[in-house]
Design a protein around this ligand. Structure first.
Ligand SMILES: Cc1ncc(COP(=O)(O)O)c(C=O)c1O
Length: 389
């Protein structure tokens, strides 16, 4: 996959020696700018925006998120707990399936609970009634699969043939909407507004039978709303026309768009060697710290990349494939040299592991306006040992 972001922004002038290595550094000015753009779309369109914690759950910046958006969307119990402890606003919870022993707590922590199938809804109807009896105002949703694909990579296409995510809209019957207040769909990934328009056009005729019974339509995430070339005016119009056409509220769940280009991952060269070219071994591991590099796969952009010397950058782990990519340098890097990968705030920090006992990157907040820098978290081998026994 091609990385769609990679604008260094204020990081072009950040001194990489100011933080421990490795370290995620998030510029709260850029984060706030993204949040302001999202809040503006919400305000102009009337949509509610819920921050997808699966993408960016850096809770030291939860107040920034809560100031701008209507709440959070969570993928299950642990994210729902985090949402309640650290964030304000509505909590929207969806999972492909819920575990029975977690449902009662989830119903206490969530305002919207979205089931993947009518069967899951049926399984937990009595829990919902009990939650309502104890005063919870739960709104129930059903995730549909629009059966319309806009994503090329099957791994990232929830509408791909055979997908388990959402009930195919062609399978739904009137009965499936009993007790359902809203529908949810999520079938985009890093996309502009046109794929959303096409998805809505594909799904609207089938959904029309039930919209008079619904209060909201949640259009999930995958909208790259804060990217410079995103057509926000058309999104505002589209949301407006969906609201007018269906008389439903419209909800969006941006994840990546919140933290797009707002963070870097700083690393350091530990050794250099030659084998069919220059190799630099770094303290950043693709598999431990940026697993999407291998999973997607994609090549993250390097801050200030320039020069004619091609260098393969790899991590310290035992995995032969723990290479991040080949990058241009002015000269073969020196041991101790710092570098940084761009656009690492989302889907990296939330996905790190300690495979090989490799330490987790520290986390820092930088304010590019005031130049204030705070290292908000450093990890020790407790993280590694606590997960084993
Ligand atoms: C249900 C749901 N909502 C929201 C999101 C956030 O998507 P993105 O980070 O691409 O905006 C995802 C991502 O997988 C998702 O599965």
């Amino acid at each position: 996959m091609e990385t769609q972001a990679g604008d260094p922004g204020a990081f072009a002038d950040f001194d990489l020696g100011r933080v421990p290595s490795p370290c995620f550094v998030v510029d709260e000015v850029k984060l706030d700018a993204n949040l302001a753009a999202l809040a503006d779309v919400a305000q102009r369109s009337g949509a509610s925006m819920y921050a997808a914690l699966k993408a960016f759950a850096m809770w030291s910046l939860a107040p920034n998120v809560s100031r701008s958006l209507s709440g959070t969307c969570t993928s299950g119990l642990w994210e729902a707990r985090l949402a309640n402890e650290k964030y304000d606003g509505t909590v929207v919870t969806y999972a492909a399936a819920f575990r029975p022993h977690e449902v009662d707590e989830l119903l206490d922590l969530s305002d919207h609970i979205i089931f993947n199938t009518p069967r899951q809804h049926d399984r937990f109807r009595t829990n919902i009634e009990a939650a309502r009896a104890r005063g919870r105002k739960i709104s129930v949703g059903l995730r549909i699969n629009p059966e319309h694909s806009e994503v090329e990579t099957p791994r990232y296409d929830p509408a791909a043939p055979g997908s388990r995510l959402g009930t195919p809209i062609s399978q739904l019957t009137d009965r499936d909407f009993d007790g359902v207040d809203g529908v949810h769909m999520h079938s985009l990934c890093e996309q502009g507004v046109e794929p959303l328009q096409r998805t809505w056009e594909a799904v609207a005729p089938a959904l029309a039978r039930w919209t008079d019974r619904l209060r909201w339509i949640n259009l999930g995430g995958g909208h790259h709303i804060t990217r410079a070339d995103y057509d926000r005016a058309t999104l505002v119009d589209l949301v407006g026309s969906i609201r007018a056409e269906t008389h439903c509220d419209v909800h969006l769940e941006p994840g990546e768009a919140i933290a797009l280009d707002a963070g870097i991952l700083v690393g350091e060269v530990l050794d250099v060697m030659e084998n069919a070219g220059h190799i630099a071994i770094a303290d950043i591991s693709a598999t431990c710290h940026m697993p999407d590099v291998l999973e997607a796969p994609y090549r993250p952009a390097l801050l200030g990349e320039s020069g004619d010397v091609q260098v393969r950058l790899g991590g310290p782990s035992c995995l032969a494939g723990d290479t991040i990519g080949t990058y241009a340098f002015e000269r073969v890097p020196e041991v101790g040299q710092r570098f940084a990968f761009l656009d690492q705030a989302h889907y990296s920090m939330v996905k790190t592991t300690t495979f090989n006992g490799i330490g987790l990157p520290a986390i820092a907040v930088w304010n590019s306006d005031t130049d204030e820098l705070r290292v908000v978290r450093e990890f020790t081998d407790d993280e590694y040992q606590r997960r084993l026994s």
